[in-house]
Design a protein around this ligand. Structure first.
Ligand code: 5AD
Length: 346
């Protein structure tokens, strides 16, 4: 923490691996309170007391991939599969607009139904209906040409977590048809095309070491993404990782604080996974430097089916309908929900 602070004060915001690894031992220690205080000061300077909201539309839980940690992996025969049709998605955005959302996130498994021919007219339509809104896509790995076509159709942002920046660790979490090199190439392509780009990783995923986490930070320092999504690993009962322990909320908060200092203008969500492990997780995320939440705007009848991990929240404050309640909870930690696209201010 001292190292990060020293470098922050020089306005360099960088991290060395030598400094990153030992510092995570103090995830609960007294220096952590200081880290969070600095993180909040940096956030306040860039974004004031605003919490940006993103309406999350989970468009399909069909996926061609087989990631060992994920509940919607193709081998999970227990998953009840669904796919929204473009008209359903448009209805979600209309409802979300009424509720005050100015960003819509279309997230899904890698479902071959969602070709560019399906997505481009959908993006154009949503942009025509709501010209003051941003569209974020989170649909996995695609070709550079596809990313370009979706961008040209009007998509503004893309979320694609790198999951882990260490090759050997990546291979232990994913089947052999996926590779870290491809994932990184996708992220570079997205950034070059002009998307506000989000990367990110799971904290406490199986076999993860503190050196792996340091590598994640170094990779993010190199990539300079506009958004970073991090959350604790949570086991899913119908995956090979069912018996692995969940990641720690404290360690996730620690990395949120570090990310705020390293990438001062980044948009950092307090993720559903933090909220799932800790009922106060979203507020704690804000206190550690986060400034985004992504309430669930999917059709209510599908919300229970997008199960990436056990007990994933989809109701209460996780639901887009309960923004007022969410705002009340953030007010208690000095922040307010903004009706705003919430673009990167770097
Ligand atoms: N626990 C926590 N996060 C998970 N994700 C997928 N499966 C799990 C799990 N079991 C995360 C991945 C993915 C994002 C959409 O959800 O990081 O990128």
């Amino acid at each position: 923490v001292a190292l990060i602070e020293a470098q922050r004060s020089e306005e360099r915001h960088h991290l060395t691996q030598k400094g990153a690894a030992p510092s995570t031992d103090a995830a609960d220690g007294p220096l952590t309170a200081y880290l969070f205080e600095r993180a909040r000061a940096v956030r306040r300077q860039r974004y004031g007391d605003k919490v940006f909201i993103r309406g999350l539309i989970e468009i399909s839980n069909r996926c061609r991939n087989d990631c060992l940690y994920c509940g919607i992996r193709r081998s999970n025969e227990c998953a009840e599969r669904y796919r929204l049709q473009p008209a359903d998605i448009i209805a979600c955005t209309d409802k979300g607009y009424e509720l005050g959302f100015r960003t819509f996130v279309m997230q899904g498994g890698e479902d071959p139904f969602f070709t560019d021919e399906v997505l481009c007219p959908l993006i154009e339509r949503i942009k025509a209906n709501h010209p003051d809104c941003a569209i974020t896509l989170s649909l996995g790995e695609r070709t550079r040409e596809s990313y370009q076509r979706l961008f040209d159709a009007g998509a503004d942002r893309y979320l694609l977590r790198h999951e882990t920046a260490t090759d050997a660790h990546y291979r232990r979490l994913h089947p052999s048809e996926l590779s870290l090199a491809t994932r990184k190439a996708c992220l570079s392509n997205l950034k070059e095309i002009g998307y506000q780009t989000g990367a990110g990783f799971m904290v406490g995923s199986p076999y993860q070491t503190v050196e792996n986490l340091a590598d994640d930070m170094l990779y993010l320092d190199e990539l300079q993404p506009q958004m970073v999504g991090i959350g604790p690993f949570i086991p899913h009962r119908d995956t090979p990782f069912r018996d692995h322990a969940a990641g720690s909320v404290a360690q996730t908060l620690f990395f949120l604080g570090c990310l705020r200092l390293m990438l001062p203008a980044s948009l950092l969500p307090a993720t559903t996974a933090i909220g799932t492990l800790d009922p106060q997780g979203r507020e704690k995320g804000m206190l550690a430097g986060a400034n985004v939440v992504m309430p669930n705007l999917s059709p209510p009848e599908n919300r229970g089916k997008y199960l990436l991990y056990n007990d994933k929240l989809a109701t209460g404050c996780e639901a887009a309908e309960h923004l007022r309640e969410l705002d009340r909870r953030f007010a208690a930690v000095g922040m307010r929900i903004a009706v705003d696209r919430g673009d990167f201010a770097g």
